[in-house]
Write a protein that binds this ligand. Structure first.
Ligand code: COA
Length: 333
C-alpha cells in the first residue's frame, strides 16, 4: 500500500488586537452594515506594531506540535504572502525558534491558496519518503500589506496563523490527506497584486508610484473568478475521489468572503449545516484561513472523527486548489 500523509495535530493563533467594522467606520466612509452584508465579516485580528508573520507562525506551529503530542518533525513549511523578509524565507527562523534547527525548512507562495499548495507539497515530501513528518504553517500579517486608506481591502483582510502536523501513514486511516486538484492562471495576475517591491519594479529603474507597495485588488472580477474556480476545482477533486458532494460531511472554503463561500457551496449542493466558517470573527486571513477555520470548528465540536472534509481555496496568481481529507481523532491546542 502507498504511503499517505496523515493529519496528526492542528493549532491556530490570532494576534490579540481586534479591529471591528465600527473601528473602520471611524477611519473612512463605510459601515458595519455595508461590510457585513457584502462580506459576512464583523471583525478581524490585527498584529501589533513589531509583530511579524514569523511570530504568528511560531505560536500556531507550537500549538500544532502540542496537539500532535510531538516535539520533532523532519521538515517545516510556511505558506505565506507576507514573509518576514523578501529573503530569506520565513520557515528556517520559525523552525529554529521551535527547536527544529537543522531540519528542511522553506516557504510556499500561492497567496490565499498557499495552505493547500503547501499541503500538497508536504504530502509529496511524505509520500516520496523524503520526510516522515512535516509541520505545515499558514501564516499572515496581511494587514501589513493592506493600504490603510483602501476601504475595500481594509474591510476584508486580517492576520493570523494555523498549522497542521502531518505524519506518514496509510491511505485508508483517519486523517489521510488527498486527493488534490491544483491550478493557476497567471494571465490574470493583475487582479490581485502588489505592483512594487519585487524585481519587476526594481529592475525597471522606476521608483514605485504611491500606493504600489500595497496589495491591490479588483474586487468584482476577483469575486467572479473565485466562485467559478473554487467550484470547478472542488468538482474535479470529487471526480478524482469517485463520489459526489452527498458523501461530504463538511465543506471548508478559503474564508475570502461569506457570499463567495455560500455561492460555491450552493453550486456544489452542500447544505448550510455542513459549511464551516469563522469569517465573521477573523476576516480573510489568506494562507492561514483554512487551518484556522478547521481549528476553530474542531474546538467547537463541529468536526467528528471520520468526517469527510472537502477544502477548496482561491487566491492571487491566480491560483486555486481543493483537497479531501478524513477528519482524525485530534484535539486542537
Ligand atoms: N465600505 C463602503 N463602500 C465600499 C467599501 C467599504 N468597505 N469597499 C468598497 N466600497 C465601495 C467602492 O468604493 C465602490 O464605490 P464607487 O461605486 O463609489 O466607486 C462601491 O463600493 C462598489 O464597489 P464594488 O467593488 O463594485 O463593490 P462590490 O459590491 O463588488 O463589493 C467587495 C466589493 C470587495 C466586497 C467585493 O467585490 C468582493 O468581495 N470581492 C472579492 C474580494 C475577495 O474575496 N478577495 C480575496 C480573494 S482571495
Amino acid at each position: 500500500m502507498s504511503r499517505a500523509a496523515v493529519l496528526a495535530g492542528i493549532g491556530g493563533w490570532l494576534p490579540p488586537r481586534v479591529v471591528t467594522n465600527e473601528d473602520l467606520a471611524r477611519r473612512f466612509d463605510t459601515s458595519d452594515e455595508w461590510i457585513r452584508s457584502r462580506t459576512g465579516i464583523g471583525q478581524r485580528h490585527v498584529v501589533d506594531q513589531g509583530t511579524s508573520t514569523g511570530d504568528l507562525a511560531f505560536e500556531a506551529g507550537a500549538r500544532a506540535l502540542k496537539s500532535a503530542g510531538v516535539d520533532e518533525v523532519d521538515a517545516v513549511v510556511v505558506a505565506t504572502t507576507t514573509p518576514d523578509h523578501l529573503s530569506p524565507a520565513t520557515a528556517p527562523q520559525v523552525a529554529d525558534r521551535l527547536g527544529l534547527g537543522g531540519r528542511a525548512a522553506f516557504d510556499v507562495a500561492a497567496v490565499c491558496t498557499g495552505f493547500l499548495y503547501g499541503l500538497a507539497t508536504a504530502t509529496g515530501l511524505i509520500a516520496s519518503g523524503t520526510a516522515d513528518s512535516v509541520l505545515l504553517i499558514g501564516a499572515e500579517s496581511f494587514t501589513t500589506i493592506v493600504d490603510p486608506a483602501d476601504r475595500s481591502t481594509s474591510a476584508i483582510f486580517g492576520d493570523g496563523a494555523g498549522a497542521f502536523v502531518l505524519r506518514a501513514g496509510e491511505p485508508d486511516e483517519l486523517g489521510a490527506i488527498g486527493p488534490f486538484d491544483l491550478g493557476s492562471d497567471g494571465s490574470l495576475a493583475e487582479l490581485l497584486m502588489i505592483p512594487a517591491g519585487g524585481s519587476r519594479q526594481r529592475s525597471s529603474g522606476r521608483p514605485a508610484a504611491p500606493g504600489e507597495e500595497y496589495f491591490l485588488m479588483q474586487g468584482k472580477q476577483v469575486y467572479r473568478h473565485a466562485v467559478l474556480r473554487m467550484t470547478e476545482s472542488a468538482q474535479r477533486v470529487l471526480a478524482k475521489a469517485g463520489h459526489g458532494t452527498d458523501r461530504i460531511d463538511r465543506f471548508v472554503g478559503h474564508q475570502a468572503n461569506l457570499r463567495i463561500l455560500d455561492a460555491v457551496a450552493d453550486r456544489l449542493g452542500v447544505p448550510p449545516e455542513r459549511r464551516i466558517s469563522n469569517i465573521d470573527r477573523v476576516g480573510n486571513t489568506a494562507a492561514a484561513s483554512i487551518p484556522l477555520a478547521l481549528a476553530d470548528a474542531a474546538a467547537a465540536g463541529e468536526l467528528s472523527p471520520g468526517d469527510r472534509v472537502l477544502a477548496s481555496a482561491f487566491g492571487g496568481g491566480l491560483t486555486w486548489g481543493s483537497c479531501l481529507l478524513r477528519w482524525p481523532d485530534i484535539t486542537p491546542a
